[in-house]
Write a protein that binds this ligand. Structure first.
Ligand SMILES: [Zn+2]
Length: 440
């Protein structure tokens, strides 16, 4: 179908596009899955025209036509919650009992032993290569930021941000427990984050001082006009209500920046009244929720010798039904928190559909890996297909959702600024000298 594009001006015809991914409505008969056929005119790296296939309005037949034969076309993906700094260490630091507690412990050992600039740069770049090859165009990564690690990790991020600026939009978020913000260290970290133009964030563990810690983080963010991104309630404890506490803090501080909360697993084990109150306050505070279904499936409800009963994901359907913005992201990749993953948001979406029953109907759930995370990251007007948008597209042979989500779509083609990109995945052996060290 699509082998080479020589010209800056061509048509992609017979594209099957979920209408929820278009930036305007068309008067077309969509399939029951919400997919309709469109022709896209690409000119000088941008989408110049979007019209329904077989439209009488299409002209310029002398221009190259590439018939996609009803293959699905999606905007490039936006992965708004990753941990590039931890990525791909599984083989040197596995999590042998698969638990969250052990993951925390062994990552700390790995960090203290290995995370110098070279180790971080090469593993993080490996992660970027994977994501880029799978069709992602923007990534937010949390970075472990205890001092002195913060200095090393943030410098590496800065270098990668520059090197990859023409291919990926990168954002960083600090990751520390919230008690770290209380003293001068917290102020220093907030200043570093502000210098970098990054997002202030941390893990909101339930503890007696959690509200004071949240007040401090909100104050630091407000003073510097930073957005916020928290890990909240990544557990099955019904008492864990840090999402609610973040929402209350946001309202208390009349915070006007963007706020994202990730995980929010315990919401599913709380009673209906608590859930209702939390979702209502999350909505009122304008908090976006990012669910990390593959990582939750891996870590939650894990007990030795026991088959898990709980899927671990937050109340994606209920949150969305109440008007809360819900995104889906990769989270960890081949590290002690998740021993799988490749930065492939289409794979994450395929698993999420099955984990959280995001099908029948699919509705606009594809927005969870495209336009919704774009909005939550402040990348306005990104993640949709429309006139004037960059021609950044993922092109599949699959013609409908069943075909799309049943195969890994390894033969997808990626177009960036109208041109096919080399979407070869990096070879695992690139990292061998870092991962398979002598004596490790
Ligand atoms: Zn995370």
């Amino acid at each position: 179908m699509l082998h080479a594009i020589a010209s800056p001006h061509y048509w992609l015809t017979n594209c099957h596009i979920p209408t929820c991914l278009l930036d305007r409505e068309f008067n077309v008969n969509a399939s029951w899955e919400g997919i309709a056929a469109f022709d896209l005119e690409i000119l000088d790296g941008k989408i110049h025209t979007v019209i329904p296939t077989n439209s009488a309005h299409r002209t310029s037949s002398h221009i190259e036509q590439i018939d996609l034969r009803q293959g699905m076309v999606l905007p490039c993906f936006i992965d708004m919650h990753t941990h590039l700094d931890k990525g791909h260490i599984w083989n040197r630091t596995p999590n042998l009992d698969g638990t969250f507690v052990n993951a925390l412990q062994v990552v700390e050992v790995d960090r203290d032993r290995y995370w110098n600039s070279e180790d971080l740069y090469r593993r993080m770049e490996f992660g970027l290569k994977c994501s880029y090859a799978h069709g992602t165009k923007a990534i937010r990564t949390h970075l472990d930021c205890p001092f002195p690690q913060a200095d090393i990790s943030l410098d590496v991020f800065k270098a990668l941000h520059q090197t990859w600026a023409d291919r990926l939009t990168l954002q960083a978020v600090s990751l520390v427990t919230l008690d770290r913000f209380m003293g001068t260290e917290g102020k220093a970290l907030a200043d570093r984050i502000a210098d970098l133009g990054a997002v202030l964030g941390g893990v909101a563990f339930l503890n007696p001082d959690i509200d004071i810690q949240l007040d401090r983080v909100f104050s630091l963010a407000k003073e510097r006009q930073l957005d916020l991104d928290f890990h909240t309630d990544e557990n099955d404890n019904p008492q864990s209500d840090t999402l609610l506490r973040v929402a209350r803090a946001a309202l208390r501080h009349e915070f006007t920046g963007r706020i994202t909360c990730g995980h929010c697993c315990s919401l599913t084990v709380q009673d209906a009244i608590a859930v209702q109150e939390t979702i209502a306050l999350v909505k009122e505070a304008g908090i976006g929720i990012v669910s990390l279904p593959t990582c939750n499936l891996y870590l939650q409800d894990r007990k030795a010798g026991i088959t898990p009963r709980w899927r671990g994901v937050t109340l994606m359907q209920e949150l969305k039904a109440m008007g809360v913005e819900v995104a889906i992201a990769q989270d960890n990749c081949r590290d002690p928190f998740y021993s799988f993953g490749d930065g492939d948001l289409l794979q994450v979406f395929a698993m999420s559909v099955q984990i959280a029953h995001l099908d029948s109907p699919y509705g606009n759930w594809l927005q969870t890996i495209t336009s919704t995370p774009a909005r939550l990251m402040g990348l306005e007007n990104t993640g949709k297909i429309g006139v004037g948008q960059p021609a950044d597209l993922v092109i599949c042979k699959a013609r409908n959702f069943s075909e799309l989500l049943s195969r890994p779509q390894s033969d997808r083609r990626i177009i960036r600024s109208g041109q096919l990109v080399d979407s070869t995945l990096p070879d695992y052996s690139e990292l061998d000298d870092l991962i398979f060290r002598e004596g490790v």
